[in-house]
Design a protein around this ligand. Structure first.
Ligand code: FAD
Length: 454
């Protein structure tokens, strides 16, 4: 008999684990209450990046005169944008579902919960279904965190899930939270035509990021007329007489706008999943893992994706899912690579884009580690000038003794794609000389990578 693997939650972690385990011969049941693809497709990565792509197209129309084209002002069609987003989400779900079904994965629509360590009950539209499992993976994801001082109404007080796009384009959006999600929303709404105020709790946007990287983004925001409330924490929201919002801050200032959007992190979806019934221990609000295989304290119950409290990225969730499937199927009895969170590439889809991987210069400095830092500005790249966007730079951090690439940051056009080259080097222990020996295309932005590696 095949190993029975039951997965609760069909986001990137769940779908990847399902497909990998099915390929390796498991009998897989995937339980999902919304859509195959998960919140990543329905609410988070896909709709946000689809909105950003539309915002980028508008920006490019605005930049057309710089490319030698005269245009009449472009107009945003919110209905068409909404249709475009649901079209992409629908297409991805059909493809994802088709792939899983072709591999023999049983997809069950409903809410799953453990009733004991080896039994998953699913509440479906037609009643309860029960599945016995040899291994279980919980990948139920997360949802926006709502502070006690805010009550989202889907109208003027929005979470990220109300914003794809809202019924009307906010005349003036106040964004609370200047982490990755917050700055992406600032970028998208200011490009779409809203006035934007950003509440920044520290003295720089993207707290924790390389200050040089954050500075490029702040400059872009200021150029677009985004108002920054630095060093201010939001503590309350009032509705104004004109129907708008006033966001009160702890330093006495208040930001007024037509709408407010909360982008202040997420909380795990653990309620009703039956973790306690199965004896699974928690680590604060997150499910606790006891080893790098992502096992919980109950040997055959694994946890993956946002609910694990590790790095909340879709790409990381998928990799966790794949590694768990391999472990469940006994592949890790032989030599294998552990998932190394420190080597995960990540990107921020602003304009310019920001991407990094591995060791950050500031982190190396903080622990007194000696690193060689080489930096090449895109202003010296022929392709950046041709693209009419010479902002940003490539920075590579390497070990001064061995030349091994330890990390990199890229700010600029297509940074999210370009970082792949440095990620390959970081993951595989390549040296800067390995990069410098590559003959890349000319003219291309990637030439800046070989230059920085010289
Ligand atoms: C606005 C925004 C933009 C983002 N953009 C990016 C990006 O560009 N790139 C990136 O890498 N990451 C991005 N992220 C992060 C990314 O979305 C998450 O890290 C990723 O979705 C986590 O995947 P997951 O598998 O844990 O679960 P999710 O994608 O959260 O899916 C979990 C699924 O479990 C289901 N579920 C929950 N409970 C049950 C239950 N009891 N029974 C059945 N089903 C259940 C839910 O319906 C959901 O479909 C973004 C996040 C946000 C908020």
């Amino acid at each position: 008999m095949s190993l029975r693997f039951v997965i609760i939650g069909g986001g990137p972690a769940g779908t990847q684990a399902a497909t990998s385990a099915a390929r390796l011969g498991a009998e897989v049941t995937l339980v999902e209450r919304d859509i195959v693809g998960g919140a990543a497709h329905l609410w988070d990565c896909v709709p946000s990046k689809a909105m950003i792509a539309t915002a980028g197209a508008l920006d490019e129309v605005g930049d057309a005169p710089g490319m030698g084209i005269s245009v009449t002002p472009a107009e945003l069609d919110l209905g068409a944008l909404r249709g475009r987003i649901s079209g992409i989400v629908g297409q991805l779900e059909t493809q994802g579902r088709g792939l899983l079904e072709s591999q023999g994965v049983r997809i069950v629509k409903g809410s799953g919960r453990l009733v004991d360590p080896r039994t998953v009950v699913v509440d479906t539209e037609d009643g309860e279904l029960t599945f016995e499992a040899d291994a279980v993976m919980v990948s139920t994801g997360s949802r926006p965190r709502i502070p006690e001082w805010a009550v989202p109404d889907g109208d003027r007080v929005l979470t990220t899930r109300d914003a794809y796009p809202p019924e009307e384009l906010p005349e003036h959006l106040v964004v609370v939270g200047s982490g990755v999600t917050g700055v992406e929303f600032v970028h998208m709404f200011s490009s779409l035509g809203s006035r934007v105020t950003l509440i920044v709790s520290r003295q720089q946007v993207l707290p924790g990021k390389d200050p040089e990287v954050a500075a490029v983004l702040e400059e872009d925001f200021l150029d677009r007329g985004v108002k920054l409330f630095k060093g201010a924490r939001a503590v309350g929201i009032d509705r104004t007489d004109s129907g708008g919002v006033r966001v009160r801050c702890d330093d006495g200032r208040a930001a007024e706008g037509s709408h407010v959007l909360l982008a202040i992190g997420s909380v795990p979806n653990v309620e009703g999943v039956g973790l306690d019934a199965a004896g699974v221990e928690m680590d604060g609000p997150w499910v606790r893992t006891v080893d790098h295989h992502m096992r919980t304290n109950v040997d055959h119950i694994y946890v993956a994706g946002d609910v694990s409290g590790k790095l909340p990225l879709s790409s990381v969730a998928s990799m966790q899912g794949r590694k768990i499937a391999e472990h469940v199927m006994g592949l890790h009895k032989v030599d294998h690579r552990h998932l190394d969170y420190d080597k995960a590439a990540s990107a921020i889809f602003t304009r310019p884009e920001i991407a990094d991987v591995g060791l950050a210069e500031a982190d190396a400095f903080a622990v007194g580690r000696k690193v060689r830092v080489t930096k090449v500005p895109f202003a010296s790249s022929a392709k950046a000038l041709i693209n009419n966007d010479p902002r940003g730079f490539v920075k590579i951090m390497s070990d001064p003794a061995t030349g091994v690439v330890l990390g990199g940051s890229i700010v600029g056009y297509n940074a999210a794609e370009l970082i792949a080259v440095i990620a390959l080097a970081v993951t595989n222990g390549l040296r800067v000389s390995d990069l410098a020996e590559c003959i890349f295309v000319h003219p291309a932005l990637s030439e800046a990578l070989t230059e920085a590696a010289e």
